[in-house]
Write a protein of this length. Structure first.
Lengths: 190, 210
C-alpha cells in the first residue's frame, strides 16, 4: 500500500468514526478547583451492606504530588495516601492497623485514581438532543455531558461497564458494576 | 476486640489530648483537686454546650475546623452533633446508639451488642468524669494557676498504639471539662473546645431523639 493510499484510508476511517474534536476528560477539575490550596470532601463508602463514612482531605504538596487523607468526622485518621501526578501512582503513607487490608486499600487507591485523575485521552464526540457523548479513543472510558456541571463517565469492562462515575456540581457518586455492590459518594464541603 | 477499640477510639476522639505545658505542676492522683473533679462530675446531671474541633495534620501543617452542639443528660443520654462544615450525629439514648451522616443512619442496640455496650459505657463514663476510676486508663494530674490537666494513657495496647494519650483540661471554677486534646504518634492531634457550656440546665428529652 502506498503512503498516499494509507493516508486516504486513515482519513476515511477518522470521518467514519466521527471524530470532530480532540478533548480531555477533565473530571478532576469539576470536583477540585485547580488553584485551591486544599479540598475537603464528605465521603460515604458502601461495600455490600457495610457503610463507611468520613472525610477526604486533598492537599497539593508540589506540582508533582498531593496528599489524600481519609479520616473520620471525629478526626481519627484512617488512611494517608500520596498521589504522584507524574507516574499517576498512589502510595500508602499510613493505614490504621485495623483497616490495613490489602483488598480495601487496593479498592480505595483504584477509586481515588478514577475520581481524581485527569483523563488525557483522545475522544470521539457526538451530539444528540443537546446531550454530548464523548468516547475515549482507547474505548476504556465514555463520558456523557448533560451540562457543564453534570456529567457521567463510564469505565468499560469486558462485557459490561466496570465503573460509573456521576458528577453533579461538587458532588460525585462512583458505582462498581460487580457482584459485590460498591458505591462511593463524595460531596465537596470546603 | 479490635472493633471495640476502633469504634471506641473513633467516638472518643472529640475528647482531646493535651501536651504538658511547662507551667503545669504534677500533683498526686489523690489530691484534693482530683476529688473536686470527681465530686463536680457526680453533681452534673446535664451538660449543654457548643464545641469547636480542630484536627491538626502535622505533615500538611494544616487544620480542619468543625463545630456543633453537645448535649448530655444523666444517666446515659448523649447528643453529639457536628453542624459545620458537615453534618454528623451521634445519639445515645435509652440503650440505643445512632450514628447518622448525610448518606446513612446506623442504629445499634447497646444492650444486645457487647461491642456497643462497652462503647456506650466508656463514652458515658468519660462524660460523667468517672473515667478516672476506670481500669482502662492510667492517669496523671497536673495543675496550673489557670486550669487542671489530666493526662490519660490507655491500658489497652491496641488503643495505645493509635492514641498514646488523651489529655483533658478542667477549669478551676466549676471543675468541668473545657478542652480535650488527643495526640497521635505522628504529631497529629484533635482538639475539642467546649464553649457556652451550661451545667445542670433543663434539657428537653426530645433533643435525644432523631
Amino acid at each position: 500500500m502506498s503512503k498516499r493510499s494509507f493516508l486516504v484510508i486513515a482519513f476515511a476511517i477518522l470521518v467514519a468514526l466521527n471524530i470532530s474534536a480532540i478533548d480531555t476528560l477533565k473530571v478532576r477539575s469539576k470536583l477540585i478547583e485547580l488553584d485551591s490550596k486544599s479540598t475537603l470532601f464528605k465521603v460515604g463508602l458502601n461495600i455490600s451492606t457495610k457503610y463507611f463514612g468520613g472525610l477526604l482531605y486533598v492537599k497539593p504538596i508540589s506540582d508533582k504530588s498531593e496528599r489524600i487523607i481519609f479520616l473520620s468526622e471525629l478526626g481519627l485518621k484512617y488512611f494517608d495516601f500520596e498521589h504522584n501526578k507524574i507516574t499517576n501512582e498512589i502510595t500508602v503513607k499510613y493505614a490504621m492497623e485495623y483497616l490495613n487490608k490489602k483488598n480495601l486499600i487496593s479498592l480505595l487507591k483504584s477509586d481515588l485514581l478514577f475520581l481524581l485523575n485527569d483523563y488525557n485521552v483522545v475522544e470521539k464526540r457526538q451530539k444528540s438532543d443537546g446531550v454530548e457523548i464523548i468516547k475515549s479513543s482507547c474505548h476504556r472510558f465514555k463520558r456523557k455531558i448533560n451540562s457543564y456541571n453534570s456529567q457521567k463517565i463510564v469505565e468499560r469492562g469486558f462485557l459490561w461497564p466496570r465503573r460509573i462515575l456521576e458528577i453533579d456540581g461538587t458532588s460525585a457518586t462512583l458505582y462498581h458494576k460487580s457482584i459485590i455492590k460498591i458505591k462511593l459518594q463524595l460531596r465537596r464541603i470546603k | 476486640m479490635n472493633k471495640i477499640v476502633l469504634i471506641t477510639i473513633t467516638l472518643l476522639f472529640p475528647i482531646v489530648i493535651f501536651s504538658q505545658s511547662p507551667e503545669y505542676k504534677k500533683i498526686d492522683n489523690n489530691n484534693e483537686t482530683v476529688i473536686k473533679i470527681n465530686k463536680a462530675a457526680a453533681a452534673t446531671n446535664t451538660i449543654k454546650s457548643k464545641f469547636t474541633q480542630e484536627k491538626f495534620l502535622s505533615i500538611l501543617d494544616d487544620k480542619l475546623i468543625s463545630s456543633g452542639d453537645f448535649y448530655f443528660a444523666r444517666p446515659n443520654s448523649l447528643r453529639w452533633e457536628y453542624k459545620v462544615p458537615f453534618s454528623y450525629l451521634i445519639l445515645m439514648h435509652k440503650g440505643k446508639i445512632i450514628l447518622k451522616d448525610e448518606n446513612k443512619t446506623n442504629r445499634f442496640d447497646s444492650d444486645s451488642n457487647e461491642m456497643f455496650r462497652q462503647m456506650n459505657e466508656m463514652i458515658i463514663s468519660l462524660v460523667q468524669g468517672s473515667l478516672l476510676k476506670s481500669n482502662q486508663f492510667t492517669f496523671e494530674v497536673f495543675e496550673s494557676s489557670k486550669d487542671i490537666l489530666i493526662k490519660l494513657t490507655p491500658n489497652i495496647e491496641q488503643m495505645r498504639q493509635m492514641l498514646p494519650c488523651i489529655d483533658m483540661y478542667f477549669n478551676r471554677t466549676d471543675y468541668s471539662v473545657t478542652e480535650v486534646k488527643m495526640h497521635e504518634d505522628s504529631g497529629d492531634y484533635t482538639l475539642i473546645r467546649f464553649q457556652q457550656k451550661q451545667l445542670n440546665s433543663v434539657i428537653n428529652n426530645t433533643i435525644f431523639n432523631e
